[in-house]
Design a protein around this ligand. Sequence first.
Ligand SMILES: Nc1nc2c(ncn2[C@@H]2O[C@H](COP(=O)(O)OP(=O)(O)OP(=O)(O)O)[C@@H](O)[C@H]2O)c(=O)[nH]1
Ligand SMILES: [Mg+2]
Length: 416
Amino acid sequence: MLTAARLLCQSRWSLAAPRNLSSARAGSACLKPVSRMGTAGEQAEAARWQPARAPCRRRSSGAALAGEQLLLAETLSDWERQLLDRLLDGLLGGQRACLAEAITLVESSHKHKKCLARLLLQRVLTCQKERECSNGGKPLSFRVGLSGPPGAGKSTFLETFGKMLTGKGHKVAVLAVDPSSRTSGGSLLGDKTRMTELSRDMNAYIRPSPTSGMLGGVTRTTNESIILCEGAGYDLVLVETVGVGQSEFAVADMVDMLILFVPPVGGDELQGIKRGIIEMADLVVITKADGDFLVPARRMQAEYTSALKLLRYRSKNWKPKVTRVSSKTGQGIPELWEEIEKFKATLLESGELQIKRRKQQKVWMWSLIKENITEYFCDHPSVRNQIPSLEDKVVNGDITPGLAADILLKAFSTKE
Ligand SMILES: Nc1nc2c(ncn2[C@@H]2O[C@H](COP(=O)(O)OP(=O)(O)OP(=O)(O)O)[C@@H](O)[C@H]2O)c(=O)[nH]1
Ligand SMILES: [Mg+2]
């Protein structure tokens, strides 16, 4: 007998759009062209994406939201159905171009595209769940976060490490989260050039993630990109993040294992590594253990080993270790992989990995709620109009921030 998951997988968009929603459909989104765009090509593109009414309307109950998903599936244009079918087929077939296109879709801030991305993700997740069931309920992939101060040697390590893993028959996806791209709005071009060989490897996929200036953005798109990479058959997903700001803490909630990369330099530079992130790390790696750096790297390894003893362990089944690697000579890299495999086996055996992932799903849901709630709030017609004047009054000291917040919250809770 077919399971519900398989049914959803096979039926795709048509099953998700039951015919009995026609009355609701009458008041829902339908696609219509907009006229204020430039070229004919731009107009055609805009026409594809422009809903007559916002499809993601605010609803009060979970059932209504589920209905909204169905409603959206029901109101997809033929072009959108074909797009989603093509992306799903390509992605599940491991096509890199489709994976790239799917990630671009989830990264979009366009409301309608976001809804389409949600539909695609739901299907990918459903298929993944089915695949995991066939694998005895065990995850098919392993997610590793790599954090550390700028210049610690993470990308150089990923190049060597990634090549070693593809050589062993793994499919490796590298997602690079770069807080510095907030200012440039760009992506980690520097990193891609540091991983030249890996980016040419057919069993590797490297994707820089622009942050769009919001940590929430990093969380949403990185989490979703991980799911898409796994759907495309990548069994190792490596997420690189710079240990600046909050992104490494966000990444810790998305991965199975967090590795902290520490360069062999002492003193003030190390003050930049927050105690909190050391506590989160499942493994500490001292990088650049070669040439003149070898002696300080050994000293650093001893220091961190002592320091870790004083910290509380995150897992009751695993004691974090400190290792040394050199991406230049390759020393320590196979041993590090052994440690990662040991960690994975320990977590799988104890069932901690599955529990961790389930908890992360909840964290993910709440981070999405937090991200969207401010957007909904600022978008509310009664709130939107009052924001500029109230902000001015607060800045001029005419009213307290608390009173301004109360006024806006009251306007928000008043029926439109
Ligand atoms: N000697 C030596 N130098 C290294 C090693 N790994 C990296 N480096 C050098 O360290 C510098 C920074 O390396 P990256 O790999 O870009 O460091 P990163 O941590 O990715 O940096 P961000 O992405 O900016 O956070 C580069 O100049 C590398 O050549 C190593 O194993 N040995
Ligand atoms: Mg880097």
